[in-house]
Unconditional design. Structure first.
Length: 170
């Protein structure tokens, strides 16, 4: 009588398969598309820093007595083209990760709204349309809310990867 218990081959084969699958993942379960997304967005955020600097210059100029027409010109020739470029660039970022894609939609919406707000502000100034100015102001506020939600959610998602996205990286 053989008292030694034999392990059935199918169970052993299944364990070997699972072990190989675990080893082949190699990333500790982390999605390899995440660093690629991070790099794409980080490059765009550097341009976002340029927009922020431009808006800061424009605001300072207005507070120090710049003419309204000069401010409108800066809005038209500097701010709107850059915000349009940023809105287009952020739409072009693709990911295969469904969590990132859902979160990314906030920055896409936010930057699209921001671009539209800048355009409406210029149009409101040129036509002296207070209702359009109010609409642009509301759109800008909604854009900020979407942008803030994006940064909160994306950085919470990226934290386990040791990554963090800032609005204006150095």
């Amino acid at each position: 009588m053989n008292t030694m218990r034999k392990e059935p081959l199918p169970k052993l084969a299944l364990l070997l398969f699972l072990f190989q699958t675990l080893v082949s993942c190699g990333s500790g379960g982390q999605d390899s598309s995440v660093p690629e997304y991070y790099q794409q967005v980080r490059r765009i955020m550097a341009q976002n820093g340029e927009l922020s600097t431009g808006l800061e210059r424009l605001t300072n100029a207005l507070f120090t007595g710049a003419e309204s027409e000069d401010a409108a010109s800066a809005l038209q020739n500097e701010i709107i083209p850059l915000s349009t470029q940023l809105a287009t660039s952020i739409v072009g970022v693709a990911t295969t990760n469904p969590t990132i894609a859902a979160t990314h939609a906030y920055i896409v919406d936010g930057w699209t709204q921001r671009k539209e707000a800048h355009m409406e502000m210029l149009q409101a100034y040129r036509s002296s349309d207070l209702a359009l100015f109010d609409s642009a102001t509301q759109k800008a506020a909604t854009a900020r809310e979407n942008e803030e939600r994006y940064f909160l959610e994306i950085n919470a998602f990226l934290a386990p990867y040791g990554l963090y996205i800032t609005q204006h990286p150095e």
